[in-house]
Design a protein around this ligand. Structure first.
Ligand code: MLT
Ligand code: ZN
Length: 467
């Protein structure tokens, strides 16, 4: 961690000599709002929030930070769930909010180049207005920014068909922790000219430098997507449905959630999809361009019902209904936020999902019977979200400490199944103590060495991913 040995006022005056003074903020509201993400576990305490408007200012800022050993926290929409964008030790937050322009559209190559502060939904809308589709999608689309998505290799609800953010990045401009501007891969589809540094920045969580521009691929829109929600009696049923539906339909999502999770969404006024209550639900989205696909989906439904793999179900008849059904899954995260959930975002190979889920379910019920545990996630990607809700009356510190103990058990099980402690939320601060369950010490040594190359003075988001 860089140390500060100059007066804060003098340091900030220095920054104001190359960034408009009004864009170097120290007021309490800005420090609170820009100093945290959606984890709410840490008390924000940045020295200042800086909002550059161009690459040159960012380069100057990084060079200045090196000279004065100031820590920088790159900041997007701050919708992260692992504390990677938290500034709680007097760092400078570098918000990309003002760098929010789409710079270039290439209809032939079906790609778009934009600044890092473009909001995900703005990019999705831009693509749609041009008859195309940016398929990386999640509930925080209205606030998350492209740079932040790239820095966490964001996943979301369409990965089963379209992959992760990484799969859509064909070019990146980054300012490294040394202050150099690198133009990585230049939007090329094919490029076999040595190490691909672009991929080091995807998922780097701001620890190597600042992503300033990205070139992203676009694709054709989904053809008339339909949504089914199915009530499932047990976890084996969930996996059986996955096999059956994936083999016969072009799935664009295969999500699951538990009845316990659903109840929190219903409390917010969303309607139950059908009368039957089942322990689990599956949401399937598939391309449905003509009646033959509907017939196929209904035939699969009948077959699965006969096998006892599902108890009830519903299929959307319109785009509005499809959106309503999506709310059952997408609104879970927000509807439980008031319970200060302790979040886990784990991944295993899909074939391991049933065994892992059963083992963790049994572990939590045995060791932590007082906790309300909610399951949901992107089961088609082997990605499960395990959320433990804070019991009312238990103070936050004790709850966090108890959940930390849960994590050690849970990650030991995960390690046996060859999984990852983070599928899509990132390591940040919350998962840093557990990184060794997924990466061994030798590998972590290589990660540290890479950071040293890009950020020799350790000014870029210090304390995130590893110390
Ligand atoms: C989700 O799948 O809903 C998001 O990853 C957010 C969350 O896990 O709460
Ligand atoms: Zn998720």
């Amino acid at each position: 961690m860089p140390t500060r040995n100059e007066s804060a006022a003098a340091l900030l005056d220095g920054i104001r000599s190359f960034i408009e003074p009004a864009q170097v903020r120290t007021d309490p509201d800005s420090c609170l709002n820009y100093g945290r993400d959606w984890t709410r576990l840490y008390t924000p305490d940045p020295l200042a929030v800086v909002l550059p408007s161009n690459i040159e200012q960012i380069q100057q800022l990084v060079r200045y930070a090196n000279e004065h050993r100031l820590a920088l926290v790159p900041s997007g929409g701050r919708t992260g769930l692992s504390g990677a964008a938290v500034a709680h030790h007097g760092e400078i937050v570098v918000s990309m909010e003002r760098m929010n322009r789409i710079l270039e559209f290439d209809p032939t190559g079906r790609s778009v180049t934009c600044q890092a502060g473009v909001v995900t939904e703005a990019l999705q809308n831009f693509a749609r207005d041009h008859g195309l589709y940016y398929p990386v999608d999640f509930a925080s689309r209205g606030s998350s920014q492209i740079g932040g998505n790239i820095a966490t290799n964001a996943g979301g609800i369409k990965v089963v068909r379209h992959g992760l953010t990484r799969d859509w990045v064909t070019g990146l401009k980054v300012v490294t922790g040394r202050g150099d501007l690198l133009d990585l891969n230049r939007g090329l589809i094919k490029n076999a000219s040595g190490y691909d540094l672009r991929h080091l920045f995807v998922g780097s969580e701001g620890t190597l430098g600042i992503i300033v521009e990205a070139t992203l691929k676009l694709t054709r829109p989904l053809r008339e997507p339909s949504v089914m929600v199915l009530g499932v009696p047990d976890l084996d049923g969930v996996m059986s449905l996955y096999h059956v539906f994936r083999n016969k339909l072009e799935l664009s999502a295969f999500e699951f959630f538990s009845e316990l999770a659903l109840r929190h969404v219903l409390k917010k006024g969303v309607q139950r999809p059908f009368d039957a209550e089942t322990p689990y639900y599956v949401l399937i989205e598939f391309e449905n361009p003509d009646e033959s696909h509907t017939d196929q989906a209904l035939a699969l439904f009948e077959h699965c019902a006969e096998q006892g793999w599902l108890a009830d179900g519903v299929i959307s008849q319109s785009e509005t209904q499809a959106k309503e059904l999506w709310r059952l899954r997408e609104d879970i995260s927000e509807s439980i936020s008031e319970h200060q959930p302790y979040k886990n975002d784990i991944a295993v190979r899909i074939s391991r999902v049933p065994a892992l889920l059963a083992e963790i379910d049994e572990l939590l019920a045995r060791e932590y019977p007082d906790f309300e545990v909610l399951w949901y996630g992107h089961i088609g990607d082997g990605n499960l979200h395990v959320n433990i809700l804070k019991p009312t009356g238990l103070d936050s510190a004790t709850f966090a400490q108890k959940c930390g103990a849960v994590s050690e058990h849970l990650f030991a099980v995960l390690q046996r199944h060859g999984g990852s402690i983070s599928a899509e939320h990132g390591v940040g601060l919350t998962k840093k103590p557990y990184l060794h369950y997924t990466r061994d010490e030798t590998e972590i040594g290589y990660l540290r060495a890479i950071k040293q190359v890009f950020d020799p003075n350790g000014i870029m988001n210090p304390g995130k991913i590893f110390d």
